[in-house]
Design a protein around this ligand. Sequence first.
Ligand SMILES: Cc1cc2nc3c(=O)[nH]c(=O)nc-3n(C[C@H](O)[C@H](O)[C@H](O)COP(=O)(O)O)c2cc1C
Length: 202
Amino acid sequence: MIDQEVGKTRSTTYEINPVIVNRWSPRSFVNDEISDKELFSLFEAARWAPSSSNSQPWRFIYAKRNSKNWNDLFNLLIDFNKQWCSDASALVVIVSRKNFENNGKPSITHQFDTGAAWENLAIQAVSQGLITHAMAGFDYEKARKDLAVPDDYEVVAMIAIGKRGPKEKLSPELQAREIPNTRKPLSEIVMDGKFGSKAELP
Ligand SMILES: Cc1cc2nc3c(=O)[nH]c(=O)nc-3n(C[C@H](O)[C@H](O)[C@H](O)COP(=O)(O)O)c2cc1C
């Protein structure tokens, strides 16, 4: 079922698995720890994403709150993201292998593959009662250096993971944004046979 809160702003043109619509990116987290079992179930979900030649280019570098590595990841974030990530239970830097392990040739789709893994993780989080929030707002070069990411891997994104907190914890500006957003209509994103050729919606 689509969550009551989500249903206030989100609706689908066709019936789909509600977990997809129920995934959104809140910023208010409960200042709480996550168990390894909960966290590794998310990585397990990511692991089953499809990829070009089953190359599985995704890699996840995580730090749990109150762990020795937390500050290394937290300090990569821009100030805007730091203000709401401080209560997250885990931060993850996602990196992606740019070439195939078996022949060293560049993979055109490695980011696409790694994106699929992130979405699996995010969907699994919903079914575990957790929230996730992806971020590009961090220092990519510092991440490469501080986390010792090898040259043949690209730093792709970060994610905050945790339990949802009350929106009142956020600044007034962020409280106003703590609402599930909407999407472009299908008529704008689906084309019939050629770019720009509008699809007839069934
Ligand atoms: C790759 C990526 C980077 C993002 N970077 C940030 C970020 O730095 N800070 C932030 O607050 N939200 C960030 N977002 C969250 C998006 O704004 C959000 O996913 C988008 O508005 C769709 O909303 P939803 O995730 O709630 O469905 C990012 C999302 C993605 C996928």
